[in-house]
Design a protein around this ligand. Sequence first.
Ligand SMILES: Nc1ncnc2c1ncn2[C@@H]1O[C@H](COP(=O)(O)OP(=O)(O)OP(=O)(O)O)[C@@H](O)[C@H]1O
Ligand SMILES: [Mg+2]
Length: 258
Amino acid sequence: MIRIAIANQKGGVGKTTTAINVATALAATGWKTLLIDIDPQGNASTGIGVGASERGASSYDVLVDKVPVSQCVMPTRIPNLDLLPATVDLSGAEVELVSADDRAHRLQRTLTPDLGYDVCLIDCPPSLGLLTLNALNAADTLLVPLQCEFFALEGLSQLLQTVERVQQRFNPDLGIIGIALTMYDRRNRLTEQVSDDVRSVLGKLVFETVIPRNVRLSEAPSHGVPALIYDHACAGSRAYMALARELITRLPEKRKAA
Ligand SMILES: Nc1ncnc2c1ncn2[C@@H]1O[C@H](COP(=O)(O)OP(=O)(O)OP(=O)(O)O)[C@@H](O)[C@H]1O
Ligand SMILES: [Mg+2]
């Protein structure tokens, strides 16, 4: 199982939209996929069609009460795609865990290969706190959605410093599979300028695929389905399918053959 954290401490940059649609694209290629929601907002859970009242056990139980992931996952309406949902309880988890020695490793401990998934995507909250730290410690690699706007690079350097600290202290093998430019608007000159800057600084780390600003992507969550299902032919869905393909080419050889 390859474990991919989707993180950026900046809010509203497209983490959840990326998690939902890449997870759906990977599931559609036949990969057994687990989407983990560790954001108390629970947007990934809602967006995949699991309303608050349908959520039983959740990532709170895994992180705070050490319930194994296998006992908390639930199927979604999408074949090959399971969900570990998040509930609002999770907003108290950072405080509840503050004196636990293993507080940064609760997710890592339970994300074992015997769960039977090919890939697991972890949708992180917009912070670099304990929840995101749990994801970075549990992950093999990180996917960073980056919105093409003025402060994007500043936030990114803070994130990359955190990744370095995690590599030094906890998870030396943590990689960065790529940075995905989101909400790309060709008509906006700033978008292109930021995109050029990001590519000149980070080179091949940036995925070639860019995710356009697309209204269908923002409409889909209110219908409780991924954009890929809501409108598979829209520009946003096509971009996410391309991103998933590019992601697969960047995975280790063994996984690609799955
Ligand atoms: N490419 C896009 N085009 C248009 N709207 C988008 C696009 N990507 C995301 N959105 C919308 O922008 C908002 C923020 O996106 P999303 O929830 O994916 O970001 P996030 O980084 O997960 O936010 P948070 O930090 O709050 O978790 C949502 O309303 C979403 O529907
Ligand atoms: Mg989100």
